[in-house]
Design a protein around this ligand. Structure first.
Ligand code: HEC
Ligand code: HEC
Ligand code: HEC
Ligand code: HEC
Ligand code: HEC
Ligand code: HEC
Ligand code: HEC
Ligand code: HEC
Length: 316
């Protein structure tokens, strides 16, 4: 029996033994693999012998293949960073000794330490849920600088997010701590799992010139009246009612604007005015897709339908 068949049959056996997985959400959970990292009884999902050890790993010791047998985006979340690549853009010499390569390649274990999970009873600490190497970091971007140099940042264009119409998921990692679902409905509160607060996600690469449009905007909080007006503006193309009437409607229903996101503290930030996503990443039906541009900007990625940004918030 190949290791993969073995894994699958162990899995099926586990499914039969643990009816909890076939509960209410039957169809949804059947696709999900059991989580072997937190269950000391599941050593044999990765090791051929219950006592474990590196030499007993399935997939003939090809660890990335073993990890990917579950982490394929369907049975368990996919990796957010490219793996199984021979370093070129990041010179191998820059990768610290604490991040082991596998046969010269960057692999899952280069960044993730799974051994604590092998010692039964030890759970990954909540502050380092994914078991990243290199010790705790103050902000998730710091982790990247173990290998990527700050000055190498610029050549990456994180706004280039599609390849043949499909998301290039490795680009998401520059701003998000995972791969958000592009088809999910817009969250009401800013829970986008962004890597840094407010302008921080953009400031890693962009500096803002002194003549940048009204720098005082940064961190300004729109008045309630302004938010009703913003709501009215975004409704107008669909509703075809006089603006004043729509403002009244927004005020009465306290409708928050959806097209223009504010930061986690309800303030204006870079991404209130600029759309960081490539056109086509979010479906057109999502108000957050307004103003998205191709991988090279055509109108400074401003969030507006007719290319005029100021009137989406200011009533002149
Ligand atoms: C998700 C897959 C996975 C599971 C589940 C898992 N292991 Fe491991 N284990 C590994 C990998 C991968 C290595 C090699 C780590 C390395 O070389 O950095 C390893 C290494 C080990 C080692 C050698 C550690 C060392 O310091 O060299 C032992 C012992 C071990 N595992 C025992 C266990 C036991 C016991 C369990 C169950 C409680 C378990 N493992 C569950 C993947 C797993
Ligand atoms: C038998 C299937 C299986 C295998 C093999 C497996 N994983 Fe997982 N892994 C899971 C599941 C299921 C989760 C939980 C996902 C969730 O909660 O959404 C998980 C979670 C994780 C997480 C996130 C931690 C968390 O709590 O969300 C990391 C990181 C991870 N795995 C890395 C690895 C690595 C590295 C390997 C290879 C050594 C590996 N996994 C092998 C099924 C697997
Ligand atoms: C252990 C070292 C290491 C760490 C830590 C690391 N990277 Fe990487 N990264 C690499 C290597 C090596 C490559 C492969 C690049 C190449 O040589 O082609 C790479 C490639 C990438 C790429 C793809 C580049 C491309 O050409 O599209 C992106 C995007 C990226 N890294 C982002 C990040 C981000 C964001 C972080 C922090 C969350 C991070 N990396 C942390 C080593 C690392
Ligand atoms: C260069 C470092 C690096 C490599 C290589 C790498 N990862 Fe990760 N991985 C990360 C970082 C960083 C995160 C996100 C944690 C964060 O930003 O909070 C992550 C997150 C994850 C998660 C959690 C995703 C989620 O949506 O919750 C899983 C699962 C995972 N990695 C699995 C893998 C697997 C499997 C491989 C090998 C195919 C791999 N990783 C290779 C750095 C890496
Ligand atoms: C340059 C930074 C950046 C990159 C790269 C990036 N995002 Fe985002 N993303 C953001 C910001 C900022 C927000 C919150 C504001 C918004 O909704 O536009 C966000 C929000 C989202 C949302 C929620 C949208 C909504 O309806 O409110 C989704 C879904 C999303 N991103 C998907 C992705 C995916 C998938 C990728 C990778 C292909 C990606 N993003 C890459 C910055 C980025
Ligand atoms: C109130 C809306 C608003 C805010 C907030 C805002 N911008 Fe802009 N930005 C604009 C407009 C409008 C332009 C086009 C300027 C022009 O026409 O000369 C622009 C231009 C740019 C450009 C291209 C021109 C240049 O200076 O290189 C970049 C890059 C940029 N903004 C980044 C940012 C970043 C990063 C932040 C947050 C620190 C930010 N913007 C905050 C409205 C805004
Ligand atoms: C990893 C580096 C990186 C990060 C992080 C990043 N950008 Fe960019 N940005 C670039 C590059 C490279 C370009 C040039 C591509 C282009 O022409 O649009 C660019 C272009 C832009 C432009 C168009 C500039 C122009 O000349 O019109 C705007 C606006 C912009 N980014 C806003 C943002 C915002 C807002 C964020 C945060 C949500 C952000 N960027 C995060 C690297 C980055
Ligand atoms: C995302 C919403 C938004 C956009 C887009 C926007 N503004 Fe503002 N603007 C504000 C907020 C909020 C304030 C602060 C209002 C207050 O405190 O009364 C403000 C204040 C101002 C002020 C007064 C500044 C001061 O120093 O008191 C001027 C002038 C201004 N905006 C011009 C513009 C121009 C020109 C544009 C287009 C480039 C623009 N705004 C785009 C929300 C916006």
């Amino acid at each position: 029996m190949t290791w993969q068949h073995w894994t699958i049959s162990a899995w099926l056996a586990a499914l039969l033994l643990r009816p909890i997985w076939a509960g209410d959400e039957k169809t949804k959970t059947q696709d999900k693999a059991p989580n072997p990292h937190v269950d000391s009884g599941l050593c044999t999902f990765c090791h051929a012998a219950p006592a474990g050890g590196r030499e007993t790993l399935h997939a003939d010791g090809n660890v990335s293949l073993l990890c990917r047998s579950c982490h394929d985006g369907r049975h368990a979340p996919r990796a957010v960073h490219p793996a199984d690549v021979v370093p070129s853009a990041v010179p191998a010499a820059r990768i610290p000794a604490g991040f082991p390569l596998e046969q010269g390649k960057l692999a899952c274990l280069s960044c993730h330490d799974v051994v604590p999970g092998c010692r039964s009873g030890e759970r990954t600490p909540a502050q380092n849920r994914v078991g990243l190497r290199g010790g705790p970091v103050s902000d998730p971007l710091q982790f990247c600088f173990h290998c990527h140099a700050r000055e190498d940042y610029r050549p990456f264009n994180p706004h280039d997010q599609l390849e043949n119409g499909r998301p290039r998921t490795e680009t998401c990692a520059w701003c998000h701590t995972g791969v958000p679902d592009v088809n999910a409905p817009s969250p009401r509160s800013p829970s986008f799992a962004l890597r840094a607060k407010s302008a921080g996600v953009c400031r890693n690469c962009h500096t803002v010139a002194p003549d940048h449009p009204v720098r005082a905007h940064l961190q300004a909080t729109p008045s309630a009246e302004m938010t009703w007006y913003m709501s009215a503006c975004e409704m107008q193309p669909k509703m075809r009612l006089p603006l004043a009437q729509l403002v009244k409607y927004a005020r009465t229903t306290k409708r928050a604007p959806r097209m223009i996101p504010l930061d986690e503290a309800g303030r204006i930030t870079c991404y209130s005015c600029h759309n960081p996503h490539e056109r086509g990443l979010l479906p057109d039906s999502n108000p957050r897709s307004v103003g998205a541009e191709p991988k090279q900007a055509t109108n400074h990625r401003v969030r507006s339908r007719e290319g005029k940004l100021c009137p989406t918030c200011h009533q002149k």
